[in-house]
Design a protein around this ligand. Structure first.
Ligand code: CP
Length: 293
């Protein structure tokens, strides 16, 4: 049984298969390959994009979604996450999509289930489908990522999106530049800078991140407004530079990206959301109807 917990659970050729299928779905080439399949979603952290796009993806392919409201699940009565997974698995779902604040939670559920577990984001560890939809959006714009320089900007230390993109994008030829104040920078062997302006001058794409205040045990910076002075992507900073801007959402307006840049045609945030549905359709089809070896 295969699961998608980390982006490295997929080979390059499997990722190309998923991207190819997502592009076909985008052209409306859809068949109901999840008919009679039941998929459980259980999100212990809030979500707008990931939860709804997974559920739309399943429905687009003819499958049924059973959403377990995490706040009303029996974990609030002391049931362990492992026992919750074992009990859900006993109802014979075809996949379980989970979001949880604990990094690596999918790994300790795997032995308890006989269906694929798909990670919708686990703490600051991993968000594989976000990286896939980011890759799709970048490839649609650039055609190829060979030697494209991509800046990842902001709270990299606490970001599962950053981790997944750092693991994925170089596999397709991209060069990564980390851009953050020292307190948001993890120990790294990757090139980094504390200057957003330097990144704008060098890079073809900017991936801005939200400050993950919910994962900070202590506040190590003055305020988000102080952070924005240096790291908010504004029209004044990007001028007419030929680049594109991505953000996984939710965006802190005028902290991560200014109102004006969010409306700029170089900003691909809503294209990312659109692609998220097609990527998640392709992922669900891949794991529930695996290609024959
Ligand atoms: N990008 C992302 O994971 O957004 P949500 O938290 O809204 O799902």
């Amino acid at each position: 049984m295969r699961h998608l917990i980390h982006i490295n659970d997929l080979s390059d050729s499997e990722i190309k298969t998923i991207l190819h299928k997502a592009e076909a779905y985008k052209k409306d080439e859809i068949s109901k390959t999840l008919q009679n399949k039941k998929i459980i979603t259980i999100f212990f952290e809030n979500s707008t994009r990931t939860l709804s796009s997974f559920e739309i993806a399943v429905k687009n392919l003819g499958g049924e979604v059973i959403r377990l409201d995490a706040s009303k699940s029996s974990t609030s009565k002391g049931e362990t996450l492992r026992d919750t997974a074992a009990n859900l698995n006993a109802m014979n779902p075809h996949a379980i999509i989970i979001r949880h604040s604990t990094a690596g939670s999918g790994y300790f559920l795997m032995p308890k289930v006989s269906c694929p577990i798909i990670n919708g984001g686990d703490g600051s560890h991993s968000h594989p489908t976000q990286a896939l939809l980011d890759l799709m959006t970048l490839l649609e714009h650039f055609g190829s990522l060979q030697n494209k320089k991509i800046a990842i900007i902001g709270d990299i230390k606490n970001s599962r999106v950053a981790n997944s993109n750092i693991a994925l994008l170089p596999r397709f030829g991209a060069k990564i530049l980390l851009v953050a104040p020292p307190h948001f920078l993890p120990p790294t062997s990757l090139p980094y800078t504390h200057s957003l302006q330097e990144a704008i001058e060098q890079c073809d794409a900017l991936i801005s991140l939200r400050t993950q205040t919910e994962r900070h045990s202590i506040q190590t910076y003055g305020s988000l407004e102080d952070y924005a002075q240096d790291f908010c992507i504004t029209s004044e900073k990007i001028k007419n530079k030929n680049l594109i801007i991505l953000h996984p959402g939710p965006v802190h307006r005028n902290i991560d990206i200014s109102d004006c840049v969010l409306d700029d045609e170089r900003c691909k945030v809503l294209e990312q959301v659109k692609n998220g549905v097609f990527i998640r359709m392709a992922v669900m089809d891949f794991f529930i109807n695996p290609p024959k070896a």
